[in-house]
Design a protein around this ligand. Structure first.
Ligand SMILES: NC(=O)c1ccc[n+]([C@@H]2O[C@H](COP(=O)([O-])OP(=O)(O)OC[C@H]3O[C@@H](n4cnc5c(N)ncnc54)[C@H](O)[C@@H]3O)[C@@H](O)[C@H]2O)c1
Length: 254
């Protein structure tokens, strides 16, 4: 029988203070995990942690961490291992999007979306998962890692495509340690800032209704979490290195 029971597990979720990351913090905690919430906004991460701890009764702690800063990642992962004893599950969700062609914006987007995921996984694997000889990691990509737009966000597309390729390499390298790594690509999801990237919630809904998306709407709260729960569970023993799109069927349409 499949139970998806996370009691006794420790999850680390980046960009967990708000948006989709906050949804993941809540659903992992409801499933039984204790959770470390990483965010560049440390105060909001701590507020979110308190809120979800009250809601679920799990141990939730907020940490200020810029995922693109190597020292902060090394130190913050060490702090989680000290506080919680180990890390079983990671969702690399922190991400940004910048419009235009300024080099500084390109470097910032690659730094957070791609380098941040690389650094976080390197440290979690080294400091905890290789020692336990077990781990489950999800790297959040985007439909923008598969399909491109002419909207002036080349860095976002490149970073999210990079996440998909890096996921396959990590899955290959760490399989001998029973560490399974997959990527999940959201389409347009309502409860994250980027799901509103058409300009406003209403504009984003209008756009989805007219686009190739066969469900003709954005994703809703909770529609991302199920696949993450499966991929990070003990029941997942053989799905590794995959990309799973949660986009209503959008990327598959002509
Ligand atoms: N919402 C969508 O429709 C959608 C679609 C495709 C992909 N995604 C991806 O899902 C993830 C979450 O998207 P969202 O819409 O919830 O975004 P959001 O902007 O609402 O939340 C992102 C969170 O990441 C944090 N963050 C930003 N830079 C950081 C850094 N350097 N270090 C640590 N934390 C940092 C922010 O403070 C924020 O809490 C992103 O990776 C995004 O690319 C979202």
């Amino acid at each position: 029988m499949y139970k998806f029971n996370f009691t006794g597990k420790v999850a680390l979720i980046t960009g967990g203070a708000k948006g989709l990351g906050k949804e993941y913090v809540q659903t992992f905690a409801e499933q039984g995990s204790d959770v470390a919430v990483f965010d560049i906004d440390g105060q909001l991460a701590r507020e979110t942690a308190r809120e979800i701890e009250t809601l679920t009764g799990r141990k939730i702690r907020g940490f200020a961490c810029d995922v693109g800063n190597e020292k902060q990642v090394i130190d913050s992962v060490a702090a989680v291992v000290k506080e919680f004893g180990k890390i079983d599950q990671v969702v690399n969700n922190a991400g940004i999007l910048r419009y235009g062609d300024a080099l500084a914006d390109w470097e910032k987007v690659i730094n957070v979306n791609l380098t941040g995921t690389f650094l976080m996984n390197r440290e979690v694997v080294k400091q905890s998962m290789m020692v336990q000889k077990k781990g489950r990691i999800v790297n959040i990509s985007s439909i923008g890692g598969v399909l491109a737009t002419p909207a002036g966000v080349q860095s976002y597309h490149a970073s999210k495509a990079g996440v998909i390729a890096m996921t396959k390499a990590q899955a290959g390298e760490w399989a001998p340690y029973n560490i399974l790594v997959n990527s999940v690509a959201p389409g347009a999801i309502a409860n994250g800032t980027m799901g509103d990237s058409a300009g406003s919630s209403t504009a984003a809904d209008d756009y989805q209704a007219k686009s190739r998306n066969p469900l003709k709407r954005r994703g809703k709260f909770g529609e991302m979490s199920g696949i993450l729960i499966y991929l990070c569970s003990d029941e997942n023993t053989y799905t590794n290195g995959q990309l799973i799109l949660v986009d209503g069927g959008w990327a598959g349409m002509m």
